[in-house]
Ligand binder design. Structure first.
Ligand code: NAD
Length: 266
């Protein structure tokens, strides 16, 4: 018996990275999964692999209100309605505070912050109508500790935590639990040093990857970057009945990074 048997869950940003692992794990645990993303080809391929009995793909730009209405309708058509949402879609832009263009700040907040808001607002009435459900929002280590170059990202992810608490209070009476995950550094396309380096020089990318690995070895008590399936298992806990008495909380999955600072000794 799966932990999500009989549940229908929509996962945003499910074409790759953490969202993809969440979709795969949830399907393996018996859920019907609606994968949503703007990377249609990749998202459709994952859904196809999971099979039409277990998964459907829908194009959804999380910052677009009309897309949300269409996605909720598509989930209803495919599987009869939603019992859960994982607001996972997100973007990262790295810039010094004084170099961050207004447009970039707004773009990050549109996806990470407005997207999570629109998602919760779009699914909550349907979850309530089915007797309750779960919402898992994706915040970040960066919402809890300062990190240079992340003004827009940190702001958007702190807002996600604030909204998580308010939504948990307002939706508890409808049987809807709302929690957040705060991943540390996780090995996905978002943190790929090659992708973050606009020079596309393979030598520089390799050096950046080695530097990143050395950094995580030192900064993270568990000595390594996290894997997306390690975040997916936390999202599963918060979506399944295992967490039936948990709401309004955030959970850090970071290998111990936030627990303290490393000493300058190896
Ligand atoms: P990723 O870049 O691999 O995946 C993000 C997914 O979101 C992609 O499939 C992308 O197409 C999708 N997406 C982007 N904009 C979208 C939009 N407007 N509408 C719908 N989908 C959109 O990154 P990831 O690491 O898997 O990130 C997943 C979540 O975890 C994000 O919210 C991210 O901010 C958060 N997070 C990641 C890390 C990390 O170290 N990787 C750490 C903390 C938090």
């Amino acid at each position: 018996m799966g932990k999500l048997d009989g549940r229908v869950v929509l996962v945003t940003g499910a074409a790759r990275g953490q969202g993809e692992q969440e979709a795969r794990l949830f399907a393996a645990e018996g859920a019907k999964v609606v994968l949503a993303d703007v990377l249609d080809e990749q998202g459709r391929a994952v859904a196809k692999e999971l099979g039409s009995d277990a998964a459907a793909y829908v194009h959804l730009d999380v910052g677009d209100e009309e897309h949300w209405a269409a996605a909720v309708a598509a989930a209803g058509e495919a599987f009869g309605g939603l019992d859960g949402l994982v607001n996972n879609a997100g973007i990262l832009r790295c810039n010094q505070l004084t170099d961050t263009p207004r447009k970039e700040f707004a773009e990050v907040c549109r996806v990470n912050q407005l997207g999570a808001f629109l998602g919760m607002r779009a699914v909550a009435p349907g979850l309530a109508a089915r007797g309750g459900g779960t919402i898992v929002n994706t915040s970040s280590y960066a919402a809890l500790a300062g990190m240079p170059f992340l003004t827009s990202y940190a702001a958007s992810k702190a807002a996600v935590l604030a909204m998580t608490r308010v939504a948990a209070l307002e939706l508890a009476a409808d049987g809807i639990r709302v929690n957040a995950v705060c991943p540390g550094a996780i090995d996905t396309p978002m943190t790929d040093p090659a992708a973050l380096d606009p020079s596309a020089d393979p030598g520089r990318a390799a050096a950046a990857a080695a530097a990143a690995e050395a950094f995580y070895r030192k900064a993270v008590p568990l000595g390594r970057i996290g894997r997306p399936d390690e975040v997916a298992r936390l999202a599963l806990y918060l979506t399944a009945d295992d967490s039936s008495y948990v709401t309004g909380q955030h959970f850090v999955v970071d290998g111990g990074w936030l627990a303290g600072v490393p000493l300058p000794v190896s």
